[in-house]
Design a protein around this ligand. Structure first.
Ligand SMILES: [Cu+2]
Length: 319
C-alpha cells in the first residue's frame, strides 16, 4: 500500500481527503423526492474519473418516467435515445407510449476539480407509488477512463454500502410532499368525487381533513382548475323540513386534533361551471388553501358510487 511509505501526517491528510470524498463524491440528483406529475431534476457531477476530466455524461431514464426533455447546456451537445415504453402512460390529456430513454451530453471537458449540473424535465407517471426509490443510472466518460454510477441496492441491502450507487429519486405522496402541511401534520385523505351526468354543470367532492396539530386551522378556499371554473365549500342545513346547502364564505374550521369529514349529505366540496362531465376512473388535482397549513394539493378520484348517493340529491334543485 502507498500509505505505508507516507509519513503519518501525510497519511492523516490523505485519510481526511478520502473521508470528504466519501460524503460528497457520488453522482446524484439535486432533488431527492418527487410526487406524481411534472419533474425537474439535475444530475450533479462532483468530479472526474480518478482525476481525469469528464467529456460525456449519460443518464438512463427509468421506465415510468415519461415525457423527458434535456436542457441544452453551453459547451456541450445534447442528444437523446428514444424508444418504446413498456406500456402506454397517461400524460396530461392523452397517452404516451414512447419517449426519451437516455440523455447524452458531450463536451466539456469538465475538470476533475470542477463541479457541474445537467438538467432535464419529465413527468412521474402513475406507475410509481409513494415510497418507491427510482434509480437514474449515470455514466461518466472521461479523457481517461469511465465511472458508472449504476449500482442499485438489493432488497435489504444498505444503499450506503454501494461503491457506485445510481442516483435515487424517492417518490412521495402529493399531500405528504407539501412540506408546509407535512410539518404541521395537517393532511387530507380519501378525496373522491361523484361522477356526473353529461350535461351537469355542478359536481360534488368529499374528503377527510385530519388536523394533527395543536392549533385550529381554517380551510379558506378550494380550486380544481382542471375540471371546474369555480370551487366552493358547502354545508347542508335543514330549513323547514327542506335540505338546503350554503357556501361557507368564511371558510371551514378544522379544530385542533380533529378530523373533519366531508361526505354525502353533509359538508362537501362543490365544483361549479364544470368543463365537462366527471367520469368514473378519472382523477384530477384539488388545491386546498388553509389559513395556517397553506396550500395542500390532493388527487381526487371520480367514482360512480351509486350506493353513496344521498336519498335526497340537493344539487338537483339547488344550482
Ligand atoms: Cu353544494
Amino acid at each position: 500500500m502507498l500509505i505505508r511509505i507516507l509519513t503519518a501526517g501525510a497519511a492523516m491528510a490523505l485519510g481526511l481527503v478520502m473521508a470528504q470524498d466519501q460524503a460528497a463524491a457520488h453522482a446524484s440528483l439535486d432533488v431527492k423526492t418527487a410526487s406524481q406529475g411534472s419533474l425537474r431534476a439535475a444530475v450533479r457531477v462532483p468530479h472526474g474519473c480518478a482525476g481525469s476530466a469528464t467529456t460525456v455524461v449519460k443518464v438512463a431514464i427509468p421506465e415510468g418516467i415519461i415525457g423527458v426533455k434535456p436542457a441544452p447546456k453551453a459547451g456541450w451537445t445534447v442528444e437523446t435515445v428514444k424508444g418504446a415504453y413498456a406500456k402506454a402512460y397517461d400524460h396530461y390529456h392523452g397517452k404516451v407510449s414512447e419517449g426519451v430513454k437516455e440523455i447524452v451530453w458531450r463536451g466539456g471537458p469538465l475538470l476533475d476539480e470542477h463541479y457541474d449540473e445537467f438538467i432535464f424535465v419529465g413527468f412521474v407517471s402513475d406507475a410509481f407509488k409513494a415510497g418507491d426509490a427510482v434509480p437514474f443510472p449515470v455514466t461518466q466518460d472521461c479523457e481517461k477512463g469511465q465511472v458508472a454510477w449504476t449500482e442499485v441496492a438489493a432488497p435489504g441491502q444498505e444503499p450506503r454500502s454501494l461503491k457506485y450507487p445510481a442516483p435515487i429519486l424517492k417518490i412521495v405522496d402529493k399531500a405528504g410532499g407539501d412540506t408546509k402541511a407535512a410539518a404541521a401534520s395537517l393532511t387530507v385523505a380519501k378525496a373522491w368525487a361523484r361522477a356526473t351526468p353529461g350535461g351537469a354543470k355542478v359536481g360534488a367532492g368529499y374528503l377527510d381533513i385530519v388536523n394533527g396539530t395543536e392549533a385550529g386551522d381554517i380551510l379558506l378556499s378550494a380550486s380544481a382548475e382542471a375540471v371546474a371554473g369555480k370551487t366552493e365549500m358547502h354545508e347542508m342545513t335543514h330549513e323547514g323540513g327542506v335540505m338546503k346547502m350554503r357556501a361557507l364564505a368564511d371558510g371551514l374550521p378544522v379544530p385542533a386534533g380533529a378530523t373533519v369529514s366531508l361526505k354525502p349529505g353533509g359538508l362537501h366540496i362543490m365544483f361549479l361551471d364544470l368543463k365537462g362531465p366527471l367520469t368514473a376512473g378519472q382523477s384530477f388535482d384539488l388545491e386546498l388553501t388553509f389559513k395556517t397549513a397553506g396550500k395542500v394539493t390532493v388527487p381526487v378520484t371520480v367514482g360512480d358510487l351509486a350506493g353513496a348517493k344521498p336519498a335526497v340529491d340537493p344539487h338537483a334543485h339547488h344550482h
